[in-house]
Ligand binder design. Sequence first.
Ligand code: PHE
Length: 332
Amino acid sequence: NLLLSEVEKFEIQSTEQLENFRLDFISRNSKLSTLFDEFKTVPKEQKRTLGQQINVLKQAAEAKFRTKKQEIEDAQDATQGTDLDITLPSSYETLGSLHPVSQVRDEIIQIFERIGFNLSEGPEIELDWYNFTALNFPENHPAREMQDTFFIEKDPDILLRTHTSPVQVRVMKNQKPPIRTLSVGRVFRNETISARSHCMFHQIEGLYVNEGVSFAQLKQTLLYFAKEFFGQHAKIRLRPSYFPFTEPSAEVDVYLGTKTESDYRLTKGTGWLEILGCGMVHPNVLENVNIDSKKYNGFAFGMGIERIALLRYDIPDIRMLFENEMRFLRQF
Ligand code: PHE
């Protein structure tokens, strides 16, 4: 009983005191274990009562030790937490986003995939034959100068492709009609860099080869695209043009109406804007890739992705798309 009140009174406020308590009442050489040793020598008839008392004492000591230990640990946690200001905003990693050119590219691909076009890709470093000759550009013809080419090697001529049409040449060489393909990728032209043009940009070109393909189908396909991409109010207009690989050829303008009609903000609020080139595949091109031009014909169209992105996002200068300025990119 004396020991029991000693256990109850023992003051425990610190880890040190807790340890002293443990040494006094719980450890191997504590007062309690001495008591156990004495217990063995006690006469039989006293054992029962004494045993019970020792047990009560033991449990009391252990219970006190456990509670105090917990109290001290909790208090330590609380003080360690004082330099943590839970009212501060948490830090977080900002997620990246797709580049506007990639976003526009993906959207255009999806629109044409819905009407059965598949995707094709090819090398950026190309042989002259795929980039020019197969596409009906005559040797030493001024038409080649339309494209301001970066040459890598002469004889055989190796160059940076000036358009994605060589990808379509590769597809036509390897597949049998019907062919519905979209060629997507980076192209290069030796042009002076300005707000409107760059020496590196991206194109998407479509090609459809089958029996009995008509110009009306081409026009309807492009109208479908314009409405899907720019909104149902969009109109298109075809102007006669020239490309060596298509005959007849046309340039396509899109009319997006006034700013109130349009879903998109435009630098020029009204009027017609040129967005792509197109035409019926020249029979010479089909023959160059061993497709019978008496049996098959086709249409093709091509557009610059940057030009469309500038239109959609009302970006005043194409160079902004390549500078990787974070304040610009974060807006998309
Ligand atoms: N390849 C042409 C260009 O780079 C675009 C085009 C593709 C025109 C298909 C007509 C038909 O300008």
